[in-house]
Design a protein around this ligand. Sequence first.
Ligand code: GRG
Length: 293
Amino acid sequence: MNDNIKTKINEYKEAVNKKLDEYLKIQYPEEIWESMRYSVLSGGKRIRPVMALETCNVLSGNYEKALPAACAIEMLHCQSLIHDDLPCMDNDDYRRGKLTNHKVFGESTAVLAGDALLSFAPQMIIQHTKCEDSIKLKILEEFLISAGAEKLIAGQVVDIASEGKQINKETLDFIHANKTGALFKLSIRTGAILGGAGEKTLSALTEFSEKLGLAFQISDDILDETATLDTLGKTPHKDKAAGKVTYLSFYGMDEAKKRLAFLCENACDILKSNNIDSEVLRQIAMSINERVR
Ligand code: GRG
């Protein structure tokens, strides 16, 4: 990734971190806000909010308009991580190189912190997004659908139900399109809608986000197998231990890497053939491929 793009991405990340810190100010009862802040302000690549801000910026020349929604998406992502790490789900002690929320605050507070983030996030969109009401309603609808039983939760339910079973490719695709893909799609579409995208651009960006979401999951599956606790920030080799079918176990390492590279190239082609002139999105796509090389 070249230096100009790194600087631009850092500018987005700093804007997101500053706003998240501002939104999540400590109130009474302090413990719940501390627990929410612990997970949200604990690092993370911020790839989802960065994509939302860049998409809005490339279409409208302004990213500030998308900041509340970008922060809301990051809060939703953090909520899903807190709950995913619980003993009743994926049961992990580490996330982003730190102890997981329930290890620090206890299970009941961790459950409540996730719940609180889930409702605080759309509250931030409503209270802080400066746009026409019809647009606000549209991005809120997309946010709520993505967070719910039709998307994120559906992916998680089928993922849990599939542990230790031999699932087919359709089920594997369903899990990942919903568990990981839904928030990639939400991020790009939210930025696009706030940036005033027309139908054709919105549909091209949606297709771009689908390729990217799947590519990211393949890279995540590969890293679960090849990375260490230090580089991954969470416990590695969990998929195999849980008897999960992943892109890696389904296709093998070579084919999984080939598919990953193909998806990322494909995603870049979509940008090019639709004249979406975003070097940031292009380089994010390339960097997803490079994560595992
Ligand atoms: C929405 C109510 C509600 C529940 C959520 C727990 C759950 C249901 C879903 C789990 C979703 C999940 C954990 C998917 C994994 C997605 C994924 C690849 C996470 C890692 O993302 P990174 O690498 O993480 O972007 P950082 O730490 O960089 O933000």
